[in-house]
Design a protein around this ligand. Structure first.
Ligand SMILES: [Zn+2]
Ligand SMILES: [Zn+2]
Length: 227
């Protein structure tokens, strides 16, 4: 198994860390996040297994600028001519114009070590996003802290939300990002609050497993537990 269909026409590609999602809307495909570097081939072979052509990918939306989410974005764009979209506040990091902010201490050193070991091709995104924009049918919710331009994406038709690394569901539990990667706990809470005020049935996070059904109830409970 190299992936699975989570809900109708929404797929998760396995083994590309972080999670990569492929959505089919009519003739067009949208990819949410692009995994670690050198995974474009894996993503495209999954797309072919869906019975689709790589050229059908019209948009690649990145939830934030971390290497495990943008690593294969350049390769994927080159292979497909898709347009790449990222929040305006993360665009300079993707373009390599600024260094990605990272936590202090041990987590920061780990982060730096990882980014020296894994390099990704930096490039200028085709589109920059802001709160309330609609990209490939997905509504942009700005949920900063994990990075300045971290976003969540709402698919109203499917009652589904992509939350990047702002929340995750794994081993039966909803959680925020590991605490050592959080620089501003108050801002993080505000972003989680924003997500907890939305209604959705399925939550897809950058790491971990899909949460459904009634995912927003679980997120509300998680937010309440933070106070
Ligand atoms: Zn991240
Ligand atoms: Zn991540």
């Amino acid at each position: 198994v190299i992936g699975l269909e989570i809900v109708e026409d929404v797929h998760q590609v396995d083994g590309v860390n972080a999670n990569v999602y492929v959505l089919k809307n009519g003739e067009e495909l949208t990819v949410v996040d692009a995994g670690m570097p050198r995974n474009a081939g894996k993503i495209l072979s999954y797309v072919r297994r869906m019975g689709e052509q790589p050229s059908s990918i019209s948009t690649i939306v990145l939830t934030h600028c971390h290497i495990d989410h943008v690593g294969s974005a350049y390769e994927l764009r080159k292979a497909t001519n898709a347009k790449v979209a990222i929040h305006a506040e993360d665009a300079d990091f993707l373009a390599g114009k600024r260094a990605v902010p990272r936590p202090k201490g041990v987590a920061g050193s780990l982060f730096r070590a990882a980014s020296l070991f894994f390099r990704f091709t930096t490039f200028q995104p085709d589109m920059t996003l802001k709160e309330g924009d609609i990209v490939a049918g997905l509504k942009v919710i700005h949920t900063p802290e994990h990075t300045p331009g971290s976003i969540s994406l709402v698919d109203p038709k499917r009652e589904l939300i992509f939350v990047g690394d702002t929340l995750r569901y794994s081993e039966g539990k909803v959680s925020g990002p590991p605490e050592r990667f959080t620089m501003d706990a108050d801002q993080m809470k505000l972003s989680i609050k924003k997500i907890s005020e939305l209604e959705f049935d399925t939550m897809l996070s950058g790491h971990g497993e899909p949460l459904k059904p009634k995912a927003s109830e679980r997120v509300k409970e998680f937010y309440a537990s933070l106070k």
